[in-house]
Design a binder for this molecule. Structure first.
Ligand SMILES: [Zn+2]
Length: 144
């Protein structure tokens, strides 16, 4: 359930997205808040500026949390973000142990506003293969 306190922080994430546009960056903004709604960190999309496809704000904050917060603290945080996290960021959010995500625009709404944003090709994946060879480094790692 999204509370009025959540909406206040979500508005701040939207303001970060709006500010990003004024800097020449793409319109995506996020912040990470503690359980008392204190803002711990903020970020915006710098994919173009950094020439880095991973420079999404949600992933930046997930990486920050994994570096700077202990797992119990990370689990009590909420990530507020102007758009629903993409698959790359969703994976990083899970691995960083953040407790919750609150977003403004859904992916579906974003694609309606900007059809090119949803035009990602499907990359063929082939596997599994070479199980015995591929498991050897995993077995060695677990024995250490
Ligand atoms: Zn993303």
């Amino acid at each position: 359930m999204i509370t009025t306190a959540d909406e206040d922080l979500l508005r701040r994430a939207i303001a970060i997205a709006a500010h990003a546009v004024t800097l020449g960056d793409a319109p995506y903004g996020s912040l990470l808040a503690g359980p008392d709604h204190t803002v711990l960190a903020e970020a915006h999309n710098t994919v173009r500026r950094d020439n880095d496809i991973s420079a999404h704000p949600e992933l930046k904050l997930a990486r920050w949390a994994a570096r700077e917060l202990d797992p119990a603290t990370a689990a009590r945080t909420t990530l507020y973000t102007s758009c629903q996290p993409c698959g790359m960021c969703a994976g990083g959010i899970v691995r960083s142990g953040l407790g919750r995500v609150v977003y403004a625009l859904s992916t579906e709404q974003l694609v309606e506003l900007n059809p090119e944003s949803g035009a990602w090709p499907t990359v063929p994946q082939e596997g599994p293969a070479l199980f015995e060879e591929a498991r050897a480094p995993h077995d060695a790692y677990r024995r250490e």
